[in-house]
Design a protein around this ligand. Structure first.
Ligand code: KIV
Ligand code: NA
Length: 268
């Protein structure tokens, strides 16, 4: 099947077709994800936790992201590859440019950065230089020390309004995609309907254009802290199937036919 590009995802959005995204950090799983038809691969800085055993994403470096992006890119046959710029690697415009150059040259098709309207200049400069940018709002794990923990965001009307305004500023600055993490389903739906760019949710209800999970979470191999929005796709009726490719295929199908996430994985 043809490689997925941002235009493919825009077309999916127009047609109301959902798309799947999983995190991936190495070649073997990237190859399996291609077989399963996963649309977007996120080389997430969640690798700090699930690969490196860190307590948060903060210790992850640009060099780490380059290494894992290159590993994924060598095996990728189908997905759009999106790579996280890690903590403090885009705090200034020169930093953002250098970090993006590194991960794009390693094989990323897009970068993802966490924050709101304060990122407008960053988004514009990167986009102007040929780097598509996804903005990640809601629960932004790189700011865990500011947020005071991993909690649902955008619960009050004021917070919801601010998030919508942030998205508007960022889309106007050129953002090509939005990730919403741990926000009420209603807010995610409003963002998805308001903007033409694809919106990917995690813990954001069933109405976003795409769904993402951390691979280790959806295989049930990361047991430190299992969030409400996670489903173990390696299990079938509570039994371990041992079929990793099957788990990826089931996730892809469940996203496409909107059976994941269900109410039990959703914040209201
Ligand atoms: O790093 C990551 O895995 C992410 C997802 C949770 C969206 O940013
Ligand atoms: Na991330």
């Amino acid at each position: 099947t043809a490689p997925i590009t941002l235009s493919t995802l825009a077309k999916y959005k127009k047609q109301g077709e959902k798309f799947s995204c999983l995190t991936c950090y190495d070649a073997s799983f990237a190859y399996l994800m291609a077989q399963a038809g996963i649309d977007v691969i996120l080389v997430g800085d969640s690798l700090g936790m699930v690969v490196q055993g860190q307590a948060s994403t903060l210790p992850v470096t640009v060099a780490d992201m380059v290494y894992h992006t290159a590993n994924v890119a060598r095996a990728n046959r189908h997905a759009l590859i999106m790579t996280d710029l890690p903590f403090m690697s885009y705090a200034t415009l020169p930093d953002a440019i250098a970090s993006s150059r590194a991960v794009m040259q390693a094989g990323a098709n897009m970068v993802k950065i966490e924050g709101g309207s304060e990122l407008a200049d960053t988004v514009k400069v990167l986009t102007d230089n040929g780097v598509p940018v996804c903005v990640h709002l809601g629960l932004t794990p790189q700011s865990v020390n500011v947020l005071g923990g991993y909690k649902v965001q955008g619960k009050t009307d004021t917070q919801a309004d601010k998030l919508l305004k942030d998205c508007e500023v960022l889309v106007n600055a050129g953002a090509g995609m939005i990730v919403l993490e741990c926000v009420p389903a209603k807010l995610a739906k409003a963002v998805t309907e308001r903007f033409a760019v694809p919106v990917i949710g995690i813990g954001a209800g069933v109405d976003t254009d795409g769904q993402v999970l951390v691979m280790h979470d959806m295989l049930g191999v990361y047991t430190q802290k299992v969030a409400k929005f996670v489903k173990d796709f390696l299990k079938d009726d509570g039994n371990e199937t041992g079929d990793i490719l099957g788990a990826f295929v089931n996730f892809h199908q469940a996203v496409k036919n909107k059976t994941f996430p269900s109410v039990e994985h959703t914040f209201h």
